[in-house]
Design a protein around this ligand. Sequence first.
Ligand code: A2P
Length: 345
Amino acid sequence: MAESYRVAILGATGAVGAELLELLAQRQFPLAELRLLASPRSAGQQLDFGGDRLTVQAVSEDSFQDIDIVLASAGASTSKAWAPAAIAAGAVVIDNSSAFRMDFTVPLVVPEVNPEAAATHRGIIANPNCTTILMAVAIYPLHQVQPIQRIVAATYQSASGAGARAMEEMKTQAIAILQGEAPQTEIFPYPLAFNLFPHNSKLTEQGYCEEELKMVNETRKIFGVPDLRITATCVRVPVLRAHSEAINLEFEQPFSVAQARAILASSPGVKLVEDWSANYFPMPMDASGQDEVLVGRIRQDLSHPNGLELWLCGDQIRKGAALNAVQIAELLVQKSWLKPLAAIA
Ligand code: A2P
């Protein structure tokens, strides 16, 4: 019989948690046990898993005993609080939060881009920020053919990026506005329904918000190019699920649109979506629930002979979070990389 693994989901009741449950069942991850963990608020709640009902437990010191892999998606402070206990219990933590991404001892992995980095883990592997994952999947195949010199990105980010409660908040706001009432805000600082605002993450001294700096720093780390020239403007838009991005790429030499299109048509994790006659290109509604990053509107940058423009949409909860984490777990078991590097050495 093929080996099977004991997996815990920390944050099982959240938007990403729900998707992790669905993906583990759908992709038939070889499970010996699935343990669902969340805050004490959710203890006793039952969740569906492949036709069974599983009971959510409040996370505690004992939660990680006899667990091989922890898929953590309960925010940075929860990850920081519980990762040490999980590692001490012998589990590998695949962490969806920002807690460890820029720690130089922690690999930051997008399986289509830098799978080999996962082999170097010491108990934690970080799942990159959602906008970074989506962009990396779409542009890395071009970078492999001709190194990218500069990236200028603008994002159009859905409510789902802020979790299940944020999605509900936007729906409630939409209903309120349509009924002529004032929209209430709790998760987001301003009404998102029928509106948009620069990304609500913390502003830094440089004038960038943290989300923008995540795109800058994490892309450099994943690509292994510490001085990659990259800048981003991140915007929250009234879309329920799936993020969109407008990306401008500058290369050393001209990169033909035809070649870029041909490369992306056969790149892992990418789906080329272009119907120029119908003006049909990737849309968040079409990207929702899909594994692939939808890429289209590839065109020559009119302002630079070595520039390309492209447009992408990707499901933030799926490839931008849960799917990437499950792919990392699959990589670990397929390559027998579960044991930390320090333990092997
Ligand atoms: P809970 O539902 O019990 O609050 P989302 O990103 O969709 O908002 O989901 C966040 C997830 O993280 C939920 O499963 C939530 O559980 C979990 N979570 C939040 N804070 C904690 C905590 N302190 N300890 C454990 N799980 C937490």
